[in-house]
Design a protein around this ligand. Sequence first.
Ligand code: SF4
Length: 252
Amino acid sequence: MQSTAKPAKRADKEGTCVNTVRNYQKELDKLIAKLSTQQSVHQAEGTDVQRPRLLLHACCAPCSSYCLEYLRDYFDLTVFYYNPNITEDVEYRKRVEEERRLIGMLNTQMDDLTEPHAEIKIIEGDYDPASFYEITKGLESCPEGGERCFRCYELRLRASARAAKELQFDYFTTTLTISPLKNAAKLNEIGERLGEEYGVAFLPSDFKKRNGYKRSIELSKEYHLYRQDYCGCVYSRMERERQKQSKIDGLS
Ligand code: SF4
């Protein structure tokens, strides 16, 4: 998907302004390397190793699978399940229960891991689809990936930033960047802005990188996770149904 977020600008050696595209995975690598060094120093000194607390906004179990497997080595994780964009109640319940089931399975593996890991926790936010309908009013027919989605990202990230601040987390971020259908640059731009607004650090991410998306498919198979075939709102479900129908029509 084409990113609509503006590339960062920097001056080259001659002082000319050039555009650069940020690599969020590399930024995360650097941050993790710094945290790992600090933890090694603590270990060498025999002092308590305090792993940073991360509030991870999660959209569904399949997308969470890789993110949790990857991040649990570096952070104490709490999943924040806040998704009022899943406009149908039955679908919402199904996805949140699947998220809990995945976390339960991952927590049973902790004893087998080489490094000590804290249990992954989960907080369920309010389920208030009215807030989603309110912010997306007038954008119902907007195709997936457009302005309606940007507002939807902001709704979910704002609640995550607020919760991270209230509960004194060190960082917050979202699993949404794992999806090839989501705009990672826009998600990071919104996350950083809200991080500044609420005074809590946003963890940069582009989880689809390093075969993250591919790994999430493997893990979904391994754990027999329910994988929905549409994003979440009723508009995305109708869009997917139309795509499926035109495929069938094209075959007949
Ligand atoms: S398609 Fe997905 S991201 Fe876009 S508005 Fe609907 S639920 Fe939100």
